[in-house]
Design a protein around this ligand. Structure first.
Ligand code: GLC
Ligand code: CA
Length: 563
């Protein structure tokens, strides 16, 4: 099997605002990232994905870009970024950026010009529609709630389209001039030396051009935009051109944020000559809620069997398409995994954090670690909606109230699912500002910091941090890396219901991963085990039997040719 240059990478996601402040303003920045490169390296990381650092009014915390080719002054300068590239390179770390091209900020000069002047050539860079009756062109509901249409001030009956917040107008990919401008911008970054991109919200770039209303799916009379503006026929033509005009020329790595992909489309997305190098496996990302976008609608009952079936199927479908997945437990859009997947708070322990890490780290594909995941950070409960920053949390809260939910229920839902859970500053030590800054952080620090910080964990051989470092070592171990990168994937479907397990096989070598995702212990028979490569919690092994305690995990390695 051909090994692509990025296939044995381990990726670390930096959310720059919350990673490390260097200039005392309570906001993380590029020099801060540079000062922590050795730390990142210690995790076995070979590539960093940085969430957007482009110039932005920060309505969606950088996912609303006002100038693609400028660094936001809050984060530093272009020279700082060049230094980051050089310092990372010295440590054999590649940098990938976030590519947000479904929309810009409403402050982008293209949009400002389009808004100011109906005859502006930039009007056709966006989606403007005029209706005769003055009402919105259709009943599509945006991802962050409310209509996707915003009236243009001073022009009766004219609206512009936005999939996300109203300050994030969608770009018109039907316009070849717009596409050209985007490709030139991408190539400019690739020339600068970035290794590739995490490609934001990319299945949204094609909309159904009938712009027709569809039956409402809720009391607001609206219907989710994902039905008419995500993963629609024709998206592949845009993605093929995008790849040919940019990524292919530089052998760049790309990771698609491609919500809503059917298995049958994996071949086109990540197969041989796919649009992207990989797409994220989101198969169980929203397992704990009924609706991943409108999550105030309630929690879902899920079991470890649902969870394992979700990623078993994703892996098998991707293997059938000869593609690769980017494996994730967390990102900047999700609550902390320990709070999400371990439902009983008394088990939200470092041990459970390690067990969860074990579960996904050895899957085929590339592991992505989100900052703070490697120290076992947890959600942070806020007492009032005023304490939230995230635009989607605030919008979801308001929509929930309009739908008749009580403010307590709405607040609970926001606390459980808010993106701010993952956005609290990185916990470097247990000082007031967590070693993140010496000024008040832009978003309050989490309260659960004792023992859950880098300084404490570096000195504790049993810590989550030490475990992630060990996982990194095993991933790059000469003996096991080929198995982890190229081995076959064999889901273990007949294990007890609480145990998530799979094997990786290459030639004679077998790697077995077992995780008991439950407060109850589990016993089962298992022939052929091999030596223990990693262990979390109490696991008893005899020749034929395994007994796993609550939230325990084990990685076994078998190399029969050696005896
Ligand atoms: C992606 C990003 C998210 C952002 C949205 C709009 O889902 O991960 O943070 O709000 O796109 O750009
Ligand atoms: Ca700063």
């Amino acid at each position: 099997m051909a090994t692509k240059w990025w296939q044995n990478d381990v990726v670390y996601q930096v959310y720059p605002r919350s990673f490390q402040d260097s200039n005392h303003d309570g906001i993380g920045d590029i020099p801060g990232i540079i000062s922590r490169l050795d730390y990142i390296k210690s995790l076995g990381v070979t590539m960093i994905w940085i969430s957007p650092i482009n110039k932005s009014p920060m309505v969606d915390m950088g996912y609303d870009i006002a100038d693609y080719q400028a660094i936001d002054p809050q984060f530093g300068t272009l020279d700082d970024f060049k230094t980051l590239l050089a310092e990372a390179k010295k440590r054999d770390i590649k940098i990938i950026m976030d590519l947000v091209v479904n929309h810009t900020s409403d402050q982008h000069e293209w949009f400002q010009d389009a808004l100011a002047n109906p005859d502006s050539p930039y009007r056709d860079f966006y989606i403007f529609k005029k209706t005769n009756n003055g009402e919105a062109p259709n009943n599509w509901r945006g991802i962050f709630g409310g209509s996707t249409w915003e009236p243009v001030p001073g022009e009766d009956g004219t609206y512009y389209f936005h999939t996300f917040a109203k300050q994030q107008p969608d770009l018109n990919w039907e316009n070849p001039k717009l596409r050209r401008a985007i490709y030139d911008m991408i190539n400019w970054w690739l020339e600068l030396g970035v290794a590739g991109f995490r490609v934001d919200a990319i299945t949204h770039i094609k909309k159904d051009l009938d712009w027709a209303s569809i039956p409402a799916d809720d009391v607001d009379g609206l219907a989710s935009v994902v039905k008419k503006g995500r993963n629609r026929p024709g998206v592949g033509e845009f993605l093929t051109e995008l790849k040919q005009e940019t990524f292919d020329k530089y052998d760049a790595v790309t990771v698609g944020e491609a919500y809503g992909l059917a298995d049958s489309e994996l071949e086109k997305f990540v197969g041989k000559d796919g649009y992207f190098s990989m797409v994220f496996d989101f198969s169980y990302m929203n397992i704990e809620v009924k609706n991943g976008d409108e999550w105030y609608r309630g929690r879902a009952d899920w079991t470890p069997v649902d969870l394992r079936n979700a990623f078993f199927n994703a892996q098998e479908a991707t293997a059938a398409a000869h593609g690769s997945l980017a494996n994730v437990l967390e990102n900047h859009d999700q609550p902390r995994v320990l709070s999400k997947l371990v439902t009983d708070p008394q088990y939200q322990t470092p041990q459970a954090a390690k067990a969860l890490g074990t579960m996904y780290y050895f899957l085929p594909g590339v592991p992505f670690i989100y900052q703070g995941q490697e120290i076992g950070m947890k959600n942070f409960e806020r007492k009032s909606i005023d304490e939230f920053n995230d635009v989607s949390s605030i919008n979801n809260y308001e929509t929930a109230l309009q739908d008749g939910y009580s403010s307590e229920d709405a607040l609970l839902a926001v606390n459980q699912k808010s993106r701010d859970n993952a956005r609290t500053p990185m916990q470097w030590d247990d000082s007031e500002c967590g070693g993140f800054s010496d000024a008040t952080p832009w978003l309050a620090m989490g309260t659960d910091r004792e023992g859950i910080n880098v300084a404490a964990e570096e000195n504790d051989s049993q810590s989550v941090l030490n475990y992630y470092q060990a996982l990194g070592e095993l991933h790059h171990d000469a003996e096991w890396e080929p198995v982890i990168v190229n081995g076959d994937f064999q889901p273990m479907r007949s294990l007890p219901e609480t145990v998530v397990g799979y094997q990786r096989r290459l030639g004679q070598k077998v790697l077995t991963v077992l995780v008991n995702l439950s407060p109850k212990s589990a016993r089962f028979s298992l022939v052929q085990t091999g030596g223990v490569l990693e262990q979390v919690g109490e696991v008893q092994l005899t020749k034929q039997r395994v007994k796993m305690s609550a939230y325990s995990a084990i990685v076994l390695g078998n190399k029969p040719e050696e005896g």
